[in-house]
Design a binder for this molecule. Structure first.
Ligand SMILES: [Zn+2]
Length: 234
């Protein structure tokens, strides 16, 4: 079983791949946000539609690449768990349903595309269209943030030791399902200023002051609003 475990250099490759995927994904979102909207404003709807479809196609490809990495990391994590990593057993609780969903071949690519095109006609060129948001954006953001956690260097097998820092880290950990719920509820934007850039999951009442990891105590804030809030508390 040890042979199946990712070696450090293989882990490095995965991290590089995740970085690349995230860059392509964010670039595609930015094209939709800026270039596509520009074209619409200039009355070039057909060009906007073509560019939009191209960007969605890129996002869809990144989605499937990240799904692959995600499954690999998920397996790796299962193997690690055999060695008794406390942090791993905590973080893994919400992962299985997501992996199951991604394994479910319910929709063909053709169905997805025709649905997207129908959605574009109905909703106008808007990346917040419900289907895209649900199918890609939500899962991509989730996978990227989870993968960032899974590739952390301290996710190596640990002995079951009483480590206070470790315990504290576990206390701060927001379960995946709570993150997904909060992301949906707050519509993927900062609840203070509405931006979609640099979002963070914020504990409304800090963990150190007894705040919990339930959806009622978690909100989406952008980096800037979060820093301002931090400043106000101190
Ligand atoms: Zn903000």
């Amino acid at each position: 079983m040890t042979d199946d475990l990712l070696k450090p250099e293989q882990m490095e490759q995965q991290i590089t791949l995740i970085d690349m995927c995230e860059k392509i994904y964010r670039d595609a979102l930015s094209v939709i946000d800026n270039d596509v909207k520009d074209l619409v404003h200039k009355g070039k709807e057909m060009a906007a539609l073509a560019l939009y479809a191209e960007s969605i196609d890129q996002i869809s490809k990144i989605h499937s690449t990240l799904s692959g990495i995600y499954k690999l990391m998920y397996n790796n994590q299962n193997i690690l768990r055999v060695y008794g990593s406390l942090r791993l057993s905590k973080v893994s609780l919400g992962l299985k349903p997501i992996v199951d969903v991604m394994d479910d071949p319910e929709a063909t690519q053709q169905e997805i595309e025709s649905y997207v095109m129908k959605g574009i006609r109905e909703a106008g060129v808007d990346k917040y269209h419900h289907f895209i948001n649900q199918r890609y954006i939500l899962e991509l953001e989730y996978m990227i943030s989870t993968l960032r956690v899974l590739v952390e260097p301290d996710y190596i097998p640990l002995d079951l030791t009483e480590d206070e820092e470790l315990e504290e880290e576990i206390d701060r950990h927001i379960p995946s399902m709570v993150k997904m719920y909060v992301w949906q509820r707050d519509k993927g934007q900062c609840v203070k200023c509405g931006t979609i850039e640099k979002l963070e999951y914020d504990h409304i009442i800090p963990v150190s002051k007894g705040g919990s990891n339930t959806e009622r105590n978690i909100q989406l804030l952008c980096e800037r609003c979060n820093r301002q809030k931090g400043g106000a508390i101190q």
